[in-house]
Design a binder for this molecule. Structure first.
Ligand SMILES: Cc1cc2nc3c(=O)[nH]c(=O)nc-3n(C[C@H](O)[C@H](O)[C@H](O)COP(=O)(O)O)c2cc1C
Length: 194
């Protein structure tokens, strides 16, 4: 698949076939993530890989975290756990991207966060180019503090997202409301008074 096609046709997927994503592909997508742009070579990305065989542990950790949430009625926490368990039952693996700590400079932190977002996009596009769908989640159920231990998140690190990966079971249609022309200013026309 060429790059333009991968970019245009990649969609978020949550319905997967249950096919295992081989470790070698998860490792390859992590390696490709590390080629993302990053300012000052901070290489801020850290990864926690959940191969298919570890997905039940993720479901269990999420279930425990939701159950322990005091503001959530038991019925709701069960329903949310079941929903996530159903998604992960079809998934083939997952990769969490953690942003490492490089001091307290807010500009550095913003740049590192942006770099980690690029790394996530690399994972999603690399997976898609090899026929695997994914979605990026920042849902509290996945990245809330109750999951810090599961993800091996070090103090001060930021969980930028979890990418759930698998062979897509359905074709998802793109939703785009805005045309590029509506979003773009071209500066090739000389402006009077500038
Ligand atoms: C920072 C970020 C956080 C996201 N968090 C979630 C999420 O928690 N749950 C979810 O289902 N999708 C999440 N998404 C995926 C978007 O909802 C999705 O990309 C969007 O609907 C556009 O659809 P597409 O990916 O198919 O183009 C997130 C995307 C980004 C960039």
């Amino acid at each position: 698949m060429d790059m333009a096609t991968a970019i245009r046709t990649r969609r978020s997927h949550k319905l997967f076939t249950g096919e295992v994503v081989p470790d070698r592909l998860l490792a390859e997508w992590v390696e490709l993530a590390t080629w993302a742009p990053n300012h000052k070579f901070t290489e801020p990305w850290r990864f926690t890989v959940v191969p298919h065989r570890a997905l039940p542990s993720l479901v269990a950790a999420i279930g425990r975290a939701l159950q322990a949430q005091s503001d959530l009625p038991a019925e709701k926490s069960r329903a949310q756990t079941d929903k996530i368990a159903a998604i992960l039952a079809g998934a083939g693996g997952a990769i969490a991207v953690r942003q490492s700590v490089h001091g307290a400079d807010p500009e550095r932190q913003r740049e590192d966060y942006a770099a980690c977002a690029c790394a996530i996009q690399n994972i999603q596009l690399a997976a898609w180019a090899q026929g695997f769908g994914s979605y990026w989640t920042t849902s509290d159920a996945f990245i809330g503090p109750a999951l810090d231990v599961f993800w091996h998140k070090a103090p001060g690190e930021v969980l930028v997202g979890v990418v759930v990966l698998g062979r897509a079971a359905v074709e998802n249609k793109a939703v785009r409301y805005k045309k590029p022309e509506e979003l773009t200013i071209w500066l090739d026309v000389p402006e009077i008074g500038v």
